[in-house]
Ligand binder design. Structure first.
Ligand SMILES: C[S@@+](CC[C@H](N)C(=O)[O-])C[C@H]1O[C@@H](n2cnc3c(N)ncnc32)[C@H](O)[C@@H]1O
Length: 260
């Protein structure tokens, strides 16, 4: 089973907790996202494709601001959560959540006739397969977008990941889940291979829950820029985060903006 199938479909709950925890940080991200939309003229209330939308963490707040959002994600569990989240927030009429594989997003959206003002791909949601697959996804998104429409990708900054590479790390969440992270960096393929072991705190003891693999291609700016151009997009901007700071070797994330 490919690691994405295990982590997001077969055993979605452990990572869903991380997605839910990130909802708290999302208002700041939405503010940055909308500032960038406005900077490049994405229309107010435009039509957004949230590619790999997860639990609707970004789609739902955008819909609350008046955008119409279609979210596609591989995980039936996350899509179920996204629909409930939209309903709770009163935006079911401006959202549509679809279970589907972004590697065949054109087919997934074949009955959806309207072209998008912008495609967003948030929180390092590509690079899960090989470069050729990512290229095919970018090409499909080009054909799903209006003339002069946009693609915004928010992802990890490889050069920073390499600079601050730590082979071991851990985290403890408020609900007592301890996560041990082991990382390998394959310099030949530029893939980061992570093993995340989850434990529940029980008094002084840790009870093992599961071990998940996350294996993804990490891209430098110049590589992603080339991918966009090869896919037929015009590369127009890059930032070192959604707050539009300058991209440097010290910024954790990068935000790329491309136009059709
Ligand atoms: C790191 S999470 C980010 C979720 C969301 N973009 C966010 O910012 O909250 C990656 C997401 O990619 C989804 N995903 C993985 N493989 C996919 C595929 N082949 N097609 C669509 N979604 C996929 C996962 O289910 C998961 O929700």
């Amino acid at each position: 089973m490919h690691w994405t199938e295990k982590m997001f479909v077969a055993e979605p709950d452990l990572f869903r907790a991380s997605l839910e925890a990130r909802i708290e940080k999302t208002p700041e991200e939405i503010e940055g996202l909308v500032t960038i939309f406005n900077e490049y003229g994405v229309p107010d209330g435009g039509l957004v494709l949230d590619l790999a939308c997860g639990i609707g963490r970004v789609s739902v707040p955008l819909a609350k601001l008046g955008y119409t959002v279609v979210g596609v994600d591989l995980s039936p569990s996350y899509i179920g959560f996204a629909k409930d989240y939209a309903e709770r927030e009163g935006v079911s009429d401006r959202t549509r959540f679809i279970v589907g594989d972004m590697r065949e997003v054109e087919k997934v959206l074949s009955e959806y006739l309207e072209a998008f003002d912008i495609v967003i791909n948030m929180w390092t949601s590509m690079g899960y397969w090989d470069e050729e697959t990512d290229l095919r996804i970018l090409r499909q998104c080009l054909s799903l977008t209006k003339a002069s429409g946009f693609f915004l990708m928010h992802t990890a900054n490889r050069d920073n990941l390499v600079r601050r590479f730590q082979a071991h790390d851990f985290s403890i969440s408020d609900d007592g889940i301890v996560m041990l992270m082991e990382r390998e960096l394959d310099l030949e393929t530029s893939r980061m291979i992570n093993f995340w072991s989850y434990y529940r705190k029980e008094g002084e003891d840790l009870r093992f829950l599961d071990r998940l693999e996350v294996n993804h291609r990490i891209y430098s700016l110049h590589e992603l820029k080339e991918q966009f151009i090869d896919a037929g997009w015009r590369f127009i901007a890059v930032y070192g985060g959604l707050n539009q700071r300058k991209l440097t070797i010290d910024t954790f994330s990068m935000v790329l903006v491309a136009q059709k």
